[in-house]
Write a protein that binds this ligand. Structure first.
Ligand code: NAP
Length: 532
């Protein structure tokens, strides 16, 4: 059965395996419109192990040809995917809005971010430093031993499995940052789509598949599968032809993939971005001069997108006193005026409600947003506790995905530092400081470096810029590998590995490290960066 989107683009309810539409054989899945409270056509069906096998076999077959493409060929391919996505933009936005309940403006922005990411990786390929070219020239006369000619470059790992996230149906999904960075690296990709937005996934997968065809690439360069995480998802991660995994989602889901990947006869890296409560440290001077303003701005960040951001500010840490009272009162009032907005799925809404209920039993309620009537409504919540109780409780440190946050009242600045030391790894840590707070901020910074992938002063963590300096990562449990980022151009490094070529005859050297520097790359030659 097909379903029409905006009268222009029809959906078939099929997976796409190496260019071929394939109907699943397992559980039937329908997307759900959380704003309208209704299921959406068409019906999708989960795939099984034969589909995993077909997609992985095609990806493995494609790898040799795909990795031999030039940087320019892969850059043009990524540009074509972006253009193809834009060509179905109207239908795609309509479907993603319906499947996620997120506002049209947010999804429109996310589409721009998705195509922007693809083009960013195209520019990374054209710029060339991703090759990691290093040359240590031979020293035949060195004593006591001569040095051989040594050259290094980066090569792709092999086929990558990507798990779409529910909360960014475009930017962290089928052609999101994980897929774009893996394809840029030269790795074929097999995506496990998220059941929350199968129609959006199908439209984007077709845009990628069309780009594969028109770019003359092997069909197995890209596949989209649907299926259950513990079933098809684990089969994908444990398939011997898969060489790395990208994931964004829950801590339990991410850890299941990490364990499965580590237990393989050949363990592989899993880049899982999982759980973070994103502490916000508000220092005394800032609280005194603009406590109310900060309280209102905090609530705007907390309630954005029903709080369904991995960078949602789930923790506020400050010294107890009149300044913090002013902050909390302003936040409570702003929260009372914030409407209930739909969450992505009924399951996520239920998990949010039970997380808030658990906090209700362990901390004091400061305020709540307006209640909603639908089963997916996010009824925002703000709690408070003291630092000692917080540090003694694992439950208070757990991520509640959605608009829920906890104020931790500290006796003094030393206790704020103790909280910074006591929390788990985070994607972000935010500091609000005035000039009078600079000494304290300077003492906090070295602690925060050990806890977070990104440290912000003066802003709110929810916006994540896609650029070269971004780190969307951080120590466990924010990610399973704190050395990496899943946002920004550096994400390509997750899917590359260095190879050293010793005394390889000149005619056999890859062009990135060849004599005469045919690609005019920046290379580290005998320790010095040069384009010579
Ligand atoms: P999720 O449950 O972690 O699911 C993400 C993906 O991982 C899905 O494809 C899922 O498959 C798969 N998966 C889950 N558990 C698995 C397992 N044990 N073995 C293999 N694969 C598994 O995340 P979600 O569906 O997006 O949302 C659920 C919760 O995740 C939220 O309530 C929230 O707590 C958290 N979340 C966190 C972030 C973040 O950035 N920190 C983002 C999104 C969600 P199935 O669909 O078959 O389960």
């Amino acid at each position: 059965m097909t379903a029409t989107i905006s009268g222009a683009t029809s959906l078939t309810g099929q997976m796409l395996i190496a260019g071929a539409p394939v109907r699943g054989t397992g559980k039937e899945v329908r997307a759900f419109d959380p704003a309208a409270g209704q299921p959406l056509e068409p019906v999708y069906q989960h795939g099984d192990n034969t589909h995993v096998d077909a997609a992985c076999a095609a990806a493995a077959d494609a790898f040799a040809q795909y990795r031999a493409t030039t940087s320019e060929q892969r850059a043009a391919f990524l540009d074509t995917i972006a253009t193809n996505i834009e060509a179905v933009g109207e239908a795609l936005i309509a479907r993603a809005v319906a499947e996620s309940g997120l506002p049209q403006a947010r999804i429109t922005g996310e589409l721009g971010r998705t195509t922007g990411q693809l083009r960013l990786f195209a520019s990374v390929l054209r710029e060339g430093s991703w090759n990691g070219a290093r040359i240590d020239t031979a020293l035949p006369d060195r004593t006591p031993l001569p040095r051989p000619d040594l050259r290094q470059r980066h090569i792709p790992l092999g086929p990558v499995a990507v798990f779409s996230a529910s909360n960014f149906p475009l930017a962290f999904s089928v052609a999101g940052g994980d897929t774009a960075s893996a394809l840029a690296a030269g790795c074929p990709v097999v995506v496990k789509g998220h059941d929350a937005h199968p129609g959006t996934s199908e439209l984007v997968a077709r845009a990628v598949t069309d780009a594969v065809t028109t770019s003359g690439l092997p069909a197995g360069t890209f596949s989209l599968l649907f299926g259950s995480g513990p079933g098809l998802g684990i089969a994908l991660v444990t398939d011997p032809r898969i060489k790395a995994v990208g994931f964004t989602g829950s801590r339990s889901g991410g850890m299941a993939l990490v364990s499965a990947a580590a237990a393989r006869p050949e363990p592989i890296p899993v880049y899982a971005e999982m759980s973070s409560i994103n502490p916000v440290f508000v220092l005394d001077g800032a609280l005194k001069t603009r406590g109310a303003e900060l309280g209102r701005a905090f609530v705007a960040s907390l309630t954005m997108g029903s709080g369904q951001f991995c960078t949602n500010p789930g923790l506020v840490i400050a010294v107890d006193g009149p300044g913090l009272d002013t902050f909390a009162a302003a936040a409570r009032d702003a929260l009372a005026g914030s409407p209930a907005t739909p969450m992505l799925t009924p399951t996520i809404a239920r998990s949010y409600a039970s997380g808030v209920e658990a906090l209700s039993g362990a901390a004091q309620l400061v305020g709540r947003g307006a209640p909603g009537t639908s089963e997916t409504a996010c009824h925002a919540a703000l709690f408070s506790t003291d630092a000692q109780t917080f540090l003694a409780s694992e439950a208070l440190q757990a991520e509640v995905f959605g608009s829920s946050s906890l104020i931790v009242r500290c006796a003094d600045f030393e206790q704020m530092r103790a909280v910074a030391e006591g929390i788990e790894g985070q994607l972000t840590a935010t500091v609000h400081a005035d000039d009078s707070d600079l000494d304290d901020a300077g003492r906090l910074l070295p602690l925060l470096e050990l806890k977070a992938g990104r440290i912000l002063f003066g802003g709110w963590p929810t916006g994540v810029e896609v650029c070269h300096a971004m780190v969307h990562g951080g120590p466990f449990p924010a990610t399973s590998d704190s050395r990496s980022t899943s946002v920004g151009s550096q994400a390509i490094e997750r899917y590359l590995r260095p190879v050293c070529y010793q005394d390889v005859p000149a005619p056999l050297l890859p062009s990135a490290i060849a004599e005469g520097n045919p690609e005019k790359l920046w290379r580290r030659v005998d320790g010095r960066l040069t384009q010579d």
